[in-house]
Design a protein around this ligand. Structure first.
Ligand SMILES: NC(=O)c1ccc[n+]([C@@H]2O[C@H](COP(=O)([O-])OP(=O)(O)OC[C@H]3O[C@@H](n4cnc5c(N)ncnc54)[C@H](OP(=O)(O)O)[C@@H]3O)[C@@H](O)[C@H]2O)c1
Length: 266
């Protein structure tokens, strides 16, 4: 798609990947609206070049109102990037049901609320692109990511099903699966993050993929190859590969100490 002149709405744009994508879209000539909860951060990202529309993805009415405002001020939405996300490491010894629920609300329900805010109008116009930011962490189960990975796998499945459902209507669905990206989300991670890229590079990779009308945008290349190959590893072998790191009796039983080698890309 030609991003120049496109009306783009980036959700989850007050920091990280969403902010970088919004800046990159502006530099490629798009007319951009940005949403998240923190209005001051949105204004910083905007620098006066974007429409700032605060919204909470967990609230379907808030998302519908935000989309209506974007349409009212910029015109029909050609492209939505759903990048809002939440990550917290789970611990088997202290299962946090509230945290699990928060992952579901922000990552999975939030993506559904974003879709519902734009899909009817895109179908009516027979035009539009919905790009959902999932993660390669949704490809396989990894210790510590029981909540995050489950919602990322859910997002990948949701986007694939929707892609099939809207095939031929003029509406297109893109699944974005980043590996590690240096953002607020990963700032607190105390484990190795192989092949990590900067947020600006993620913004460029996503915009390049959108311009090339990719169905899937997976980056960086080395993480894409590794995690796509991981999907073909038999379950027993996958468990054997990682279970030793989790159970290693020579180290602390505290999951914070035993999980680093088993950590997924967030
Ligand atoms: N960083 C990585 O390594 C990585 C890797 C793979 C995938 N991802 C995915 O990429 C996406 C962006 O993550 P990031 O790394 O850029 O993290 P980030 O810097 O923490 O950004 C997360 C964004 O989501 C927004 N958000 C969170 N809860 C929200 C809510 N209830 N309503 C509206 N907005 C909400 C935040 O804004 P407010 O707090 O202002 O609401 C923020 O703008 C996420 O879906 C994440 O899972 C990240």
């Amino acid at each position: 798609m030609n991003l120049n002149g496109t009306v783009a709405w980036v959700v989850g744009a007050s920091s990280g990947i969403g902010a970088a994508v919004a800046r990159e879209l502006v530099s490629r000539g798009a007319r951009v609206a940005i949403s998240a909860r923190r209005e001051a951060q949105l204004a910083d990202v905007s620098g006066g070049r974007m429409l700032v529309v605060p919204a909470d993805v967990t609230d379907v009415a808030s998302m519908a109102a935000a989309a209506a405002r974007v349409r009212g001020e910029l015109g029909p939405i050609d492209l939505v990037i759903l990048s809002a996300g939440y990550w917290q490491q789970m611990r088997a010894t202290d299962w946090d049901a509230d945290s699990f629920n928060r992952h579901v609300q922000v990552n999975l329900v939030g993506m559904s609320n974003g879709i519902s805010a734009v899909l009817p109008e895109m179908l009516a116009r027979q035009s539009g692109v919905i790009a959902g930011v999932a993660s390669v962490a949704g490809y396989r189960g990894l210790a510590g990511a029981e909540a995050y990975g489950a919602t990322k796998a859910g997002q990948i499945n949701l986007l694939e099903a929707l892609r099939i459902r809207v095939a031929g209507t003029g509406v297109h669905v893109t699944t974005v699966c980043p590996g590690f990206v240096r953002t607020e989300m990963t700032a607190g991670n105390d484990f190795p993050m192989p092949f990590i890229v900067e947020a600006d590079a993620a913004g460029r990779a996503i915009c390049d993929g959108l311009e090339r009308e990719r169905t899937e945008i997976v980056f960086p290349a080395r993480m894409a190859i590794l995690m796509k190959a991981a999907r073909f590893v038999p379950v027993r072998m996958w468990v054997a590969l990682f279970a030793r790191a989790v159970r290693d009796p020579g180290r602390s039983r505290d999951p914070r100490h035993v999980q680093p080698s088993a950590q997924p890309p967030t």
